[in-house]
Write a protein that binds this ligand. Structure first.
Ligand code: 4AD
Ligand code: MG
Length: 447
């Protein structure tokens, strides 16, 4: 009996007979040869049936087996640099073929170009396609890297609630749901406020889970359900926060380069752009970013581009601004010190400049834009209460949060990294909806 192996292990089995369990991704028939591209969840490998080497019924089966049929393929592994596949470079000379299920109808996603709406309606099948498989494998590695780095740097993983009584990032983007006799509960936009309680027990913590934003934004960067990792750190100011972020991001990118080379090749990703992602990252103030944008707008020859880049101090960045800024750097860039009025209530005011807060966003290069939002948090109970009143937030709901500042308050900081935005950038893809298996957007909740 040949051992059952995974395609990703194939290099260890050259010259041996093995069995693969998988699905027929593609089939080509050339006279006495049939090529089956088999995928098994771990990779794609070319399997060849030569009419002289296999029983006639096996050859016939190979000639006719429909796309996506499930199969057991047995054969001898050969190294062949020309063989297509992921990782590629290996071929299996078929000695036996067994069908688990022969597909009886046409597979909806034949291997040709389809419109994106059609693909999204068929997302349950689309994820089998090589590029989608590669993106979701990279996503899983990004998740591993996130957890490994944090677990190895003194962070305790805390799970914060999904059903919450109050808003963290602004009340306009909440999903509400009836909650027994307690009124409306809201799906969490962020676990941050709870993590600020957690640091006083564990010093460094992170939560990592789904977050929800009822954002009306229909852009390439927005989902209504996305995953966010949120580290929170006691005894940490804005500068230390940026140091942690650049170490963290660099580790994630380097780990993907190390472990997901074949998947990045499937996507045609320019890996030299990722190899550059090492600390330190450039840091510019919001003031400087505003000046750079004014200059870019002044220099722009195309009137449409000029209008898109138009910017005044006090505005939040839109996508065109972020894109233009990141194109000036070949690494992620920190923009710190945003105007207080475009950021959340909990951010520490800039000393001597109350119109500015100790916030920092990290913008990914190549036009990708914001992947992290973070800040130093207000550590004084009085200042916090002032901001809660300023933003007309319900004081009672924030009693516990204010209380944290009364029992051993310390300077503390934290950030939220959007998983899908990070995966979109690392994969070099156009749209965030491909960075999650079953995307949720304003227009889509199926499948
Ligand atoms: O900048 P945001 O809103 O920050 C917070 O939620 C803070 N409470 C985080 C913290 O300090 N603990 O969101 C953080 C990140 C963004 O930079 C972005 O990467 C991602 O979450 N994000 C989204 N990703 C996809 N779709 C959306 N609608 C997103 N909104 C935010
Ligand atoms: Mg943000």
């Amino acid at each position: 009996m040949a051992p059952i192996i995974r395609v990703e292990q194939i290099a260890d089995y050259v010259g041996q007979e093995v069995t693969l369990r998988g699905w027929v991704y593609n089939r080509t028939h050339k006279g006495k040869l049939v090529f089956l591209l088999i995928r098994d969840g771990y990779g794609f490998v070319q399997c060849v049936a030569f009419s002289k080497d296999v029983p006639a019924e096996v050859f016939e089966m190979a000639v006719h087996i429909p796309q996506e049929s499930s199969v057991l393929v047995t054969g001898v592994v050969r190294a062949d640099p020309r063989a297509p596949g992921v990782p590629g470079g290996y071929e299996v000379g078929i000695t036996g073929l067994e069908t688990v299920q022969a597909v009886a109808e046409d597979y909806p996603i034949a291997l040709k170009e389809h419109g994106v709406d059609f693909l999204l309606d068929n997302r349950h099948l689309w994820i089998r396609t090589q590029s989608q498989w590669a993106i979701l494998r990279i996503r899983a590695t990004v998740i591993r890297a996130i957890r490994d780095w944090l677990d190895d740097h003194g962070f305790t993983n805390m799970d914060t609630p999904i059903l919450t009584p109050a808003a963290c990032e602004g009340t306009t983007t909440l999903f509400g749901t009836p909650y027994f006799d307690e009124g409306i509960a809201y799906l969490a936009q962020s676990g941050q406020l709870y993590n600020e309680a957690n640091i006083f027990a564990f010093s460094r913590v992170y939560c990592f889970g789904p977050t929800f934003r009822a954002e009306k934004s229909k852009t390439r960067r927005h989902l209504t359900e996305f995953w966010m990792v949120e580290p929170e750190i006691a005894f940490c100011d804005l500068d230390e926060l940026m140091e942690i972020e650049e170490q963290f991001i660099s580790y994630i990118v380097q780990r993907v380069l190390k472990e997901r080379g074949p998947e990045l090749r499937v996507l045609g990703r320019d890996t030299s752009a990722l190899e550059r992602i090492t600390p330190p990252f450039p840091r510019i103030s919001y003031d400087e970013a505003a000046e750079r944008l004014a200059q870019l707008a002044a220099e722009a020859e195309d009137p449409e581009q000029k209008a898109l880049l138009a910017f005044e101090w006090g505005m939040d960045f839109g996508s065109p601004h972020e894109t233009a800024l990141t194109q000036q750097f070949d690494k992620p860039v920190f923009v710190y010190g945003y105007p207080t009025k475009v950021k959340a209530f909990y951010m520490e005011p800039w000393p001597g400049r109350p119109e500015v807060c100790k916030s920092v966003d990290l913008l990914a290069p190549e036009g990708y834009g914001e992947i992290i939002g973070g800040s130093e948090r207000i550590s004084s109970p009085e200042v916090l209460l002032e901001h809660i009143h300023r933003d007309k937030l319900p004081e009672e709901a924030f009693q516990w949060y204010i209380e944290l500042r009364k029992f051993g308050s310390v300077p503390h900081s934290g950030f939220g990294l959007g998983l899908e935005r990070t995966v979109t950038w690392i994969c070099g893809i156009e749209h965030i909806r491909e960075a999650i298996a079953f995307p949720r957007t304003i227009k889509r909740i199926y499948p």
